[in-house]
Design a protein around this ligand. Structure first.
Ligand code: FE
Length: 184
């Protein structure tokens, strides 16, 4: 089975689990994030990154209440390591940085933190809170930081119950093309 088939099967098998304290499933969340990226005219690599940004949640199989139990499962790193076997940094780096992007946005945008969902505010504390000034500057030096910030904003939007968006097969050609480019 190709890695792309594995990815799609993971969504089919486990994607109906709820997305941590939010009113959508993991699969709905992923598909909405990808849809927002597409609607904003993002390049294919960022659309794919938006689709796969929480794949680590599906991979590690921890329960849906991990934030409440005080565990930061480091899902962004688990997902990145698995995906790095298939995709290049233009996909994996925005994913790896998408939690850091939340801490960054909380530091640079006063209104951002207040509009986060309660579950997202709770996980922010586990993730280390808003960046300090030197962390903010370090983040801005990262070549993929802009993509990570965009991904973060699509992630935040992708929590709308019942929103009708294209299904996972819509993204298969891009999942395969970007993987092929890496010899996957
Ligand atoms: Fe997410």
């Amino acid at each position: 089975m190709s890695r792309v088939d594995e990815i799609i099967r993971l969504f089919e098998a486990r994607g109906d689990e709820s997305y941590f304290g939010e009113p959508v499933s993991q699969k709905e969340h992923a598909l909405q994030a990808a849809h927002h990226a597409e609607r904003d005219g993002a390049p294919d690599a960022l659309v794919v990154a938006a689709l796969l940004h929480d794949l680590g949640h599906l991979l590690h199989g921890l329960g849906e209440d991990i934030a409440e139990r005080g565990v930061d499962a480091r899902h962004e790193e688990a997902g990145e390591a698995w995906l790095a076997e298939v995709y290049g940094p233009e996909v994996t780096e925005p994913i790896r940085l998408h939690v850091a992007a939340k801490r960054y946005l909380c530091a640079v945008d006063r209104g951002y933190r207040e509009q986060l969902s309660p579950a997202s505010q709770q996980s922010l504390e586990l993730q280390g809170g808003a960046f300090r000034p030197e962390e903010t500057r370090e983040f801005e030096r990262h070549p993929y930081h802009r993509g990570a910030v965009q991904l973060r904003l699509w992630d935040d939007l992708a929590k709308a119950p019942g929103m009708v968006v294209p299904g996972i097969e819509q993204y298969r050609p891009r999942l395969e093309a970007l993987a092929r480019g890496r010899g996957g």
